[in-house]
Each structure stands twice: as structure tokens, then as C-alpha cells.
Design a protein around this ligand. Structure first.
Ligand code: NAD
Ligand code: SF4
Length: 441
């Protein structure tokens, strides 16, 4: 049984409410943190090895240490709760069931970074969670954990919740900042990074919900103990939202020392593939990361057991590996059609492109059209190479990572399932039949 640091209290009845949360040890981490200096907290987070849980895996303490501190200029902490990556729903779970864990993490992080006005930017579709968060913030205010002179420290802080309006791109940190400023959510060119010039041109840290919640156990158990959980540079625990053809889809907390095989097949986690089917493929880190066929998912190209952590999932690069990403673990059984799946993702990215850069604006549309043709029996063999060519021209040539995110799923699908694309072209009348049984997967 892996160690639980975030969801350990999720089963307690009433944990959503302040009194129960406090009775079960809640806000002890704030008490501990306020006895430390802000700089010491930043050091502690650095030592913990915590990496951004939104998808990029950037070291959190390092990001915090980049925050510029010019005299007389406010600094901001923004919590990215715009969880929109297909297959990802772990932040929703955390905010819905243990909102005070996030609020507690936000108070500590705001104190460490010197943010007096901290924002939670939440995707518009999570409307009911806005009410939950606002109630938790009101309770924290009432109990004196927010507001003026918190714990007689002289530090003032308030948290505000801002709803997005349903655009995936507003999860990209600079688009999020634009939206928070009341503008259209167009990503900005980086650098400058938000740590130097962010919200209203002030130094800003944007962190994911799970990242900020993880600051609480780091304070509670100490950075040293936290850094011993997990393996290598994958320290602490990670929330995984598992979906697709699984017996037990859901949100799991793992300590990153388990294998992919154990995660999919053991009863402690996903309980195997639904309906007795075989595993065909998986996208382990949300829709933006490369899909892997079962053989490369369970074992790396070197024949080593593939583990559920940043390094092992990425082993082999994009030729034979993938990424941990946001932890949106999407499983496909033997009856699923990779072409159809890739078409569905291409449609999503075309719809969500903000349109600022031509490779992304035009390329996502072309990929969708070609994939639609192949999926619906109107494709040509040359279309597969054309698709490959288009995705190559998008990757690395855009302002924000949405371009790469649109290109990588197409590249990986062609790389690993080219025969399936060819089969669609050579069997136009049957192309829409989804149960393309691939004996060799
Ligand atoms: P990124 O690698 O560009 O940046 C990571 C973070 O580090 C950013 O906050 C950035 O500001 C900071 N950073 C990097 N270099 C820095 C420097 N030199 N100085 C100061 N700060 C620096 O990645 P990203 O755009 O934040 O995230 C991309 C990832 O997001 C994708 O890989 C995908 O997995 C994930 N994603 C997640 C969701 C979701 O719903 N959770 C949705 C879409 C994409
Ligand atoms: Fe907009 Fe796409 Fe360019 Fe990102 S890559 S800025 S989403 S057009």
C-alpha cells in the first residue's frame, strides 16, 4: 500500500468543512510555516524536490526562487485550476473533496512568496467547485487563517476565485494571466517569464492545484522525509486520474515507485482492463503526451520495467517513450481505433487553438481534415506522410505548447500504429469499423 499524503483524509466524512478538517490536523502546516521565514520555506520546497504537477514537471522551489522582488512592486501567486487537459480530473477531485488542503497550501505559499492577493483561476465548467472553494475561503477567513495580520505575523493575505469561460488555452500560464487581467486569453511570448513579468506586469508565480496542495505535507513531514518518498527526481506522491477501458477508473495517489503494469492491473489501483479485454495502448499523461502501444508501455525499449514516474515514462525519448504530463492516464483496449482517437484529439486542438500563430492555427485544421478523411474511408496513402510532415512543421514553431501538444499525439500515433492508418486507407468501406483487432499488441 503506497503512502498517501494528499488523499489520506479524503475518506473522512465532512472533511470538506473547516471544523472536521481542523480536528483532523488541518492548518497545522500553516502554524509551522509561520514560525519560519519566507526564504526558509522556499528552501524547504526546493529541498523536497517537488516538481510542478500541472504537466511540465518544472522544479517548484526553483520557480519560486526565480520570483523577482523589485522594491514597491506587488508580487502575486496564481493557482492554476483551469484543469482542461483531456483525461485529467485529479485537481477537480482534490478541490471538491478536500478544498481546505488547497487553501492551506495557498496560505503557506502566499506567505513564502509575499503575495497579499492570491488568485485561484478555475475552469468555467467547474462551476459547482467555485461554491465549494468560496465556502472554504469564507471559513478560513472566519477562523483567522486569512485576512489581516495572520497569526500575528504582520502578513496579510486574501484569496480570490476567478472563473474562466471554457477555453483550454487559458490553462497556459500567460494566457491565464491575460484572461485574469480581463483580456482575451492569448498566450504571451516567453521570456519574460511570469516570475519576472506576470499579472499586471508584476512578478507572478503560477502553480497547479496539486503542486500547491503538496506544500502542506512538505511542511508537515519536512522536506527531507518528503524527498525520500518516490525515486530519483520523482519525489513525493502524484495524483493520477485514470480513465478509459479500465475496471476501476478514478483518482489514485501513487508514490511513483510502482510499475505501470501494477498500476493498471492490480486491485489496489485500476483493477485491469474492463470486460476481460486486452490492453492495446495508453496515453499516460493527458492528451498532449505521446501514446504508447502496450509492449512499450509496460517495458522500455531497453527491456526494463516501465515505472510510473517522470524519468521512466520518458525513457527512450519520443521514439519509444512518453511523458508523465498531467497524470491523465487514458487506457485503450483492443477494440479501440487509434485513428479515430487521434482524429478526436486533432478536432479538440483545432477547436482550442487561439489562432495567433499560423503553424498551429492552420496546421491543426489541416490535421483534423486529413484524419477525418482517413477515418471515414476517404484517405490516400500519401495522406499519412502529409500528416507526418504537417506535425513536424508545427512542433517547436509556435508561441505556446499547444502547438506541440497538437503535433505529438499525431506523431506518436503514426510512429506506433502506422499499419492501422494504412488499413483504414486500404479498407475504405470498413474504415469506420472500430474493432480493428491487432493481434500483435
Ligand atoms: P514550461 O516547461 O514552458 O514551463 C514550466 C514552468 O516553469 C512555467 O511556469 C514557466 O514559467 C517556468 N519556467 C521555465 N523556465 C523558466 C525560467 N527560465 N525562468 C522562470 N520560470 C521558468 O511548460 P508549461 O507551458 O507551464 O506547461 C506545459 C505542460 O502543461 C504540458 O507539457 C502539458 O503536460 C501540461 N498541460 C496541462 C494541462 C492540465 O489541464 N493540467 C493542460 C494543458 C497542458
Ligand atoms: Fe495560440 Fe496555438 Fe500559437 Fe498557442 S500555439 S499561441 S494556441 S496559435
Amino acid at each position: 500500500m503506497g503512502r498517501k499524503l494528499l488523499l489520506d483524509k479524503a475518506h473522512i466524512e465532512g472533511i470538506r468543512y473547516y471544523d472536521t478538517y481542523r480536528k483532523n490536523g488541518g492548518y497545522a502546516a500553516v502554524e509551522k510555516a509561520f514560525k519560519m521565514s519566507p526564504a526558509d520555506i522556499v528552501e524547504e520546497v526546493k529541498k523536497s524536490g517537488l516538481r510542478g504537477r500541472g504537466g511540465a514537471g518544472f522544479p517548484t522551489g526553483l520557480k519560486w526562487s526565480f520570483l523577482a522582488k523589485p522594491e514597491g512592486v506587488p508580487r502575486y501567486l496564481v493557482c492554476n485550476a483551469d484543469e482542461s487537459e483531456p483525461g485529467t480530473f485529479k485537481d477537480r477531485y482534490l478541490m471538491e473533496f478536500i478544498p481546505h488542503l488547497l487553501i492551506e497550501g495557498l496560505i503557506i505559499s502566499s506567505y513564502a512568496l509575499g503575495s497579499h492577493r492570491t488568485y485561484i483561476y478555475i475552469r468555467g465548467e467547474y462551476a459547482w467547485i467555485v461554491d465549494i472553494l468560496e465556502q472554504a475561503i469564507a471559513e478560513a477567513n472566519q477562523a483567522g487563517w486569512l485576512g489581516k495580520n495572520i497569526l500575528n505575523s504582520g502578513f496579510d493575505c486574501q484569496i480570490y476565485v476567478q472563473r474562466g469561460a471554457g477555453a483550454y488555452i487559458c490553462g497556459e500560464e500567460t494566457a491565464l494571466i491575460e484572461s485574469l487581467e480581463g483580456k482575451r486569453g492569448n498566450p504571451r511570448i516567453k521570456p519574460p517569464f511570469p516570475a519576472v513579468k506576470g499579472l499586471w506586469d508584476s512578478p507572478t508565480v503560477v502553480n497547479n492545484v496539486e503542486t500547491l496542495a503538496a506544500v502542506v505535507p512538505i511542511m508537515n513531514i519536512g522536506a527531507e522525509e518528503y524527498s525520500k518518498i518516490g525515486i530519483g527526481k520523482s519525489t513525493g506522491t502524484k495524483l493520477i486520474s485514470a480513465c478509459g477501458n479500465l475496471n476501476k477508473p478514478g483518482v489514485y495517489e501513487i508514490d511513483m515507485t510502482i510499475s505501470v503494469e501494477e498500476f493498471i492491473f492490480s486491485d489496489e489501483y485500476c483493477g485491469g482492463i474492463a470486460n476481460g479485454k486486452r490492453l492495446k495502448a495508453c496515453i499516460p499523461g493527458g492528451s498532449s503526451v505521446p501514446i504508447l502501444p502496450a509492449n512499450l508501455l509496460l517495458k522500455t525499449a531497453k527491456g526494463e520495467t516501465r515505472m510510473m514516474n517522470y524519468e521512466s515514462l520518458a525513457d527512450g525519448g519520443f521514439a519509444t517513450g512518453t511523458m508523465m504530463g498531467s497524470g491523465g492516464f487514458i487506457v485503450l483496449d483492443e477494440d479501440q481505433c487509434v485513428v479515430r482517437h487521434t482524429f478526436s484529439l486533432a478536432r479538440f486542438y483545432r477547436h482550442e487553438s487561439c489562432g495567433q500563430c499560423s503553424p498551429c492555427r492552420e496546421g491543426t485544421g489541416w490535421m483534423e481534415k486529413i484524419l477525418n478523411n482517413i477515418e471515414n474511408g476517404k484517405g490516400k496513402m500519401s495522406d499519412i506522410d502529409l500528416l507526418w510532415d504537417i506535425q513536424r512543421k508545427i512542433e517547436g514553431n509556435t508561441i505556446c505548447p499547444l502547438g506541440d501538444a497538437a503535433a505529438w499525439p499525431v506523431a506518436a500515433a503514426i510512429r506506433h500504429f502506422r499499419d492501422e492508418f494504412e488499413w483504414h486507407v486500404t479498407h475504405p468501406d470498413e474504415a469506420q469499423i472500430r474493432n480493428f483487432g491487432l493481434a500483435h499488441y
